[in-house]
Ligand binder design. Structure first.
Ligand SMILES: C[S@@+](CC[C@H](N)C(=O)[O-])C[C@H]1O[C@@H](n2cnc3c(N)ncnc32)[C@H](O)[C@@H]1O
Length: 227
C-alpha cells in the first residue's frame, strides 16, 4: 500500500484522493538512496500490474495528469505508465483518474529517466511521452536536462521498432537542443523532418497555457524508432 512521504504538502482534496485511489493506481517500486530513485534490481511485471497484456505507453513528468488522463482515456487499448516525482501532483492525477473512471493507467512516484532504463525490457514500449517535463531548460543546465544524446540511447533501446517518442516544450533553446541531440541519432528518425504539427490528442495544459501567455511558442517533436 502506497504511503505519502511528504503528506503535509498536500491539500485536503489531494490527501482525500490519495487515500481513495492510491491502492488502485500506484505501483510501489522499492526506492534507492534518494526518495525518487529506484533500488538496484527493482523490477515490475507490467502485464501483472494491469491485469492484461497490451501496448505500453510511458509518460515521464505527468504533473497533475492534465494530458495523461484524457490521452489515456482516448487509448483504452493501451497500458499507460506515468512517472511523476511530485506527490501532490500525483494526488491530483489520482483524483482525476477516479472521477473520470479511467482504469488503464498506473503511476510510479520515481524518476522516470532512471525508471525507463530499469523497469522496461528492450523493445517493449510503444510510445514515450515527455511534455513540458523538464525544469532544466536553461542552457547552463544542459547537463541536467532530461533530453540528451545518452537518454536518446535509452529511449531507442526501450521503444519497439516503429515506436514513437513524442515531445513538447515551450522553451525554444531547449527545443533546438533536443533536435541537436536527436535528429542524427542512428536509431531514431525525426518523423516530420523538423517540428511536428501539434498532436491533436494533446490538450492545452496549464503549463502550456502559461508559456503561451508569457509569449512563448510551443514546439512539438516526434521521433520514430528505426526498424
Ligand atoms: C512543467 S510540469 C508539466 C506536467 C505535464 N506534463 C503537463 O504538461 O501538464 C513538469 C513535471 O515533470 C515532473 N518531472 C520532471 N522530470 C521528471 C522525471 N525525471 N521523472 C518524473 N517526473 C519528472 C516534475 O515534477 C513536474 O511535475
Amino acid at each position: 500500500m502506497s504511503f505519502v512521504r511528504r503528506s503535509s504538502r498536500m491539500n485536503d482534496s489531494q490527501r482525500g484522493a490519495w487515500n481513495r485511489h492510491a491502492a488502485d493506481y500506484i505501483v510501489d517500486v522499492p526506492a534507492g538512496e534518494l526518495s525518487t530513485s529506484l533500488a538496484e534490481g527493482a523490477a515490475v511485471d507490467w502485464a501483472e500490474e494491469f491485469g492484461r497484456e497490451a501496448e505500453l505507453i510511458v509518460e515521464i513528468g505527468s504533473g497533475a495528469g492534465d494530458s495523461l488522463v484524457p490521452m489515456a482515456a482516448g487509448r483504452p487499448d493501451a497500458n499507460v505508465v506515468a512517472f511523476e516525482v511530485f506527490e501532490p501532483a500525483v494526488a491530483s492525477t489520482l483524483g482525476r483518474l477516479g472521477r473520470d473512471g479511467v482504469t488503464n493507467v498506473r503511476l510510479v512516484v520515481a524518476d522516470g529517466a532512471q525508471a525507463l532504463g530499469q523497469l522496461f525490457d528492450d523493445a517493449t514500449v510503444g510510445e514515450l511521452w515527455t511534455f513540458f517535463a523538464d525544469p532544466w531548460h536553461k542552457a547552463r543546465h544542459h547537463k541536467r536536462r532530461l533530453v540528451s544524446r545518452s537518454f536518446g540511447d535509452v529511449v531507442a533501446a526501450k521503444l519497439r521498432p516503429a515506436g514513437l517518442w513524442r515531445l513538447a516544450t515551450d522553451w525554444e533553446d531547449y527545443a533546438l537542443w533536443m533536435r541537436e541531440q536527436l535528429d542524427d541519432h542512428p536509431a531514431l528518425e525525426n518523423v516530420h523532418g523538423g517540428w511536428s504539427p501539434r498532436l491533436a490528442e494533446r490538450p492545452v495544459t496549464k503549463y502550456e497555457a502559461r508559456g503561451i501567455a508569457q509569449g512563448r511558442q510551443v514546439f512539438d517533436l516526434t521521433y520514430r524508432r528505426r526498424p
